[in-house]
Each structure stands twice: as C-alpha cells, then as structure tokens.
Ligand binder design. Structure first.
Ligand SMILES: CSC[C@H]1O[C@H](OP(=O)(O)O)[C@H](O)[C@@H]1O
Ligand SMILES: Nc1ncnc2[nH]cnc12
Length: 291
C-alpha cells in the first residue's frame, strides 16, 4: 500500500483549484528543465493533492512549448500516483455537445514538434500505449462527473493536433468521418505517453467547448466562444475534482491495470551500454527499475 497523491493538470482556463487544506505553491526542479509553473500541493478529504496549470498561470506556454517532460517528471518526483488531465476540446459528434464532458480512452497522436520520450540514446525503452489511459482512474472521473450532475460520455478518441492554429475544414471532416475521432485538442499528447513511461496512472477529462469546424449548423471554431463556454464549465470541472479523493481513497494498492509497472520489461539497452548521464536524469521517472 502506498499513499495516493492525485495530480490535476489544468488546461486552458483552469489556472488554480480551490478547497485544498495547507495549500502551497512549490517550485520543483527537474533534469528536463522547468515545469510549466510551480505546483500547488495540499490535502483534500485526507488525500494528498497536486495541481499544475499546463500553460502556466497567465497562459504562458503554447501547446507546442508546454514542457511536457518536466511536468510529468516533477509530478512523479513529488510523489504523485494518479494524473487527471482536464482539457478544453472540440467535438466531432453531434451528441457530444458544448458543455458536455468526455472521459477519453484513446488518442490519435498527430503532434510532431515535441519531445515525446524520457528515453533515447544510451537508455532505450519501449512501453505499450495500446490502452493509454487507466481504466480505474477513468472510472473514478466518470463517477465523479455523474455525481456532480455533469452530462458525461464514457470513452472517446482524442485527436491530438500540433496547433496552435485550429484545423482546416478538410482536416476537421477527415478526422471525424475517416479517422473516427470524437474530440480534438492540442495537449494530451505526448503528456499521456510520458505519464505511461513514468508509470503514472493517467485519465483525461475533455470539456467540450465547440464543434470544431465541421458542423453545418455551427460556425468555424472561435477562441472567444471557447473561453465563454469554458468559463461556464469551470465550476463543473472543480466539482468533479473535489469528488475524486473520496472515490480513490488515501491509500492505494498496485494499479490493477499495470500502469505503475509499465517499465518492468521495457528497457532494451544492456546495463553495460547505458549512458550514466541519461540514467541520472531518469532518477525519478525510472528509479524503480533502474535502481
Ligand atoms: C483555448 S483553445 C485551444 C487550446 O485549448 C486547449 O488547451 P488544453 O488542452 O490545455 O485545455 C487546446 O488543447 C489548445 O491548447
Ligand atoms: N476545436 C478545437 N481544436 C483544437 N483544440 C481545441 N481546444 C478547444 N477546442 C479545440
């Protein structure tokens, strides 16, 4: 049994959470550079909590420049076990309307200008991301959303685009009609892949803000409308988060889906060929298997 520590990575429009006892903004240094911002830590219903604003307070980082590796390393380093991403997303489905939430369970990664792994020359590792989110944590998010009276859809495929511009109409139609994506955003990749490499449980809560550009009855996506919808939804997001500690509990068993053992057989590089400099950077992320 270990202590549960739930981290919330807040997306666009979510730069703070309230209600934490002993709340403190902490600076966390990592070998991968600075995280997006300080991390707010505290207690909620007897459970350790952390909050990291993905774009930084004041929305400093673009989707391409969010320091994803530093963010995940910093969360692992302070003892986080479960990461809940809360993100603004466009919808490709009539029935997933602005204001609804989707508990994402699959991704299509179309990002190309980001560092996507903690591993590389001198320590090569291949983890599975066939099931990139943790079913246990996702179920808790779904239950929390239902209990909070939120209209929530369990399961959906998130298309991660590079941005920062929104999609063209042709792209929007292709993602929806040919690729079967349900929602679109710019940030959950490589975040989910890195969480898996760091052996953290990861769940993604998509807050639908718009119909992207494909919908014949809605205009093209517009950031002012997105922010307006987000502001109307941020209380719902906060309500969901407040219900998670009671659902997850203060102590945790091993993840039944193996998220916390993802590196068990993943490292390929022979011990004598490993690069000491890279190994030392992997102290938090892979310390369990590298010793
Ligand atoms: C404000 S619209 C585009 C912006 O919002 C989403 O951010 P996040 O995923 O952090 O909530 C989207 O991915 C874009 O970065
Ligand atoms: N339509 C959209 N495309 C990409 N990212 C988004 N974030 C919110 N809405 C979005």
């Amino acid at each position: 049994m270990t202590d549960t520590m739930i981290a919330v990575i807040g997306g666009s429009g979510i730069y703070d959470i309230d209600g934490l006892a002993d709340a403190t903004w902490q600076t966390v240094e990592t070998p991968w550079g600075d995280p997006s911002d300080q991390i707010l830590t505290g207690m909620l219903d007897g459970v350790k909590m952390a909050f990291l604003p993905r774009h930084g307070r004041g929305h400093v980082h673009s989707p391409s420049t969010v320091p994803y590796r530093a963010n995940i390393d910093a969360l692992k380093r302070i003892g986080v076990t479960d990461v809940v991403s809360v993100s603004a997303c466009g919808s490709f489905r009539d029935e997933m309307a602005p204001g609804d939430f989707v508990i994402v369970d699959q991704f299509i990664d179309r990002t190309f200008a980001r560092e996507k792994s903690f591993f590389g020359t001198g320590c090569v590792a291949h983890v599975s991301v066939a099931h990139p989110t943790c079913p246990r944590l996702s179920t808790a998010c779904h239950t929390a959303a239902q209990d909070a009276g939120i209209k929530v859809h369990m399961g959906g495929t998130y298309l991660a685009m590079e941005g920062p511009q929104f999609s063209t109409l042709a792209e929007s139609k292709m993602y929806r009609e040919s690729w079967g994506a349900d929602v679109i955003g710019m940030t959950n990749m490589p975040e989910a892949k890195l969480a898996r490499e760091a052996e953290l449980c990861y769940a993604s809560v998509a807050m639908i803000t718009d119909y992207d550009s494909w919908h014949p009855d809605h205009g093209e996506v517009d950031v002012t409308e997105i922010i307006k919808t987000l502001m109307g939804n941020s209380d719902k997001g906060r309500d969901l988060v407040k219900r998670l500690p009671a659902l997850l509990g203060a102590n945790r068993e091993d993840c039944p889906h193996g998220c916390d053992k993802a590196l068990e057989f993943a490292i390929m590089t022979a011990p004598e060929k490993r690069d000491p400099a890279l190994l030392s950077k992997l102290d938090a992320v892979a310390g369990r298997v590298l010793g």
